[in-house]
Design a protein around this ligand. Structure first.
Ligand SMILES: [Zn+2]
Ligand SMILES: [Zn+2]
Length: 235
């Protein structure tokens, strides 16, 4: 991600004309008001979503594809009220380059963040030695979102057994690769949970969307799927 890559001419996924193979960096908009991660494409993503009023941003970790859109797009007086949630490392990195006025809450593993209609529990996920979290979003149903996974700690795996929907790291088919476990291995781990599952954070090392959907369904079963930009899920 993003796809297609600039100047990439060899990869099938970059040459694909399927609109689902055009991908911006991974992000999630909950209840049209809470943003998960704020990558370089956030402006375009919010524009496509109809420019909703953002009340809060929850960051998963400090990598650029998850935070680099903040400084450029949230420095107006109108966005100073946006509440920020994340691991300490995220705020340290953002503050180095931009003295934002927003309130910043450093969350802890398992803590319940309350957003009225739903709660969000950050759950530790290993990823390149960073302070990185997946988010369990709970309302009528429970959705677990973890775009960057190198390994799932046992305690986190126990908790996500109670989730209904999983949206997880699909960066590359065969990992591990720079902090990403790979779809093959991750699929082995989560298949026994038997959940509605979507791979996201799709990278250049994958086949085009249609082929990848076929692949994960053959390997994992019919409840496995591949996310695409603009996809909506109800919980
Ligand atoms: Zn990352
Ligand atoms: Zn990432």
């Amino acid at each position: 991600l993003p796809l297609p890559r600039i100047n990439c001419q060899g990869r099938q996924i970059c040459l694909s004309k399927d609109p689902k193979d055009q991908r911006l960096r991974s992000s999630l908009l909950i209840d049209n008001r809470i943003l998960v991660d704020c990558g370089p494409d956030v402006y375009t993503q919010l524009l496509r979503a109809g420019m909703p009023v953002i009340e809060a941003i929850i960051f998963t970790h400090r990598h650029g594809d998850h935070i680099n859109g903040f400084k450029l797009n949230f420095k107006e007086p109108q966005t100073a009220e946006v509440k920020l949630y994340g691991p300490k490392e995220v705020f340290k990195r953002i503050r180095n380059e931009y003295k934002f006025k927003n309130s910043a809450h450093i969350y802890k593993n398992g803590e319940a963040l309350d957003f009225d209609a739903f709660t969000v529990n950050p759950l530790k996920i290993d990823h390149e030695g960073l302070d990185n979290y997946g988010l369990l979003i709970s309302t009528n149903k429970r959705l677990f979102y973890a775009p960057d996974i190198e390994a799932i700690p046992k305690i986190t795996l126990e908790v996500i057994k109670e989730a209904d929907i999983l949206v997880v790291d699909g960066s590359i088919l065969n990992g591990p690769h720079y902090g990403h476990i790979g779809i093959d291995r991750l699929l082995e781990i989560i298949k026994p949970l038997n959940k509605e599952t979507y791979f996201t954070h799709i990278g250049i090392g994958n086949p085009p969307h249609k082929e990848l959907v076929k692949y994960v369904k053959e390997k994992g079963g019919d409840n496995f799927n591949v996310a695409f930009d603009g996809m909506e899920l109800e919980i």
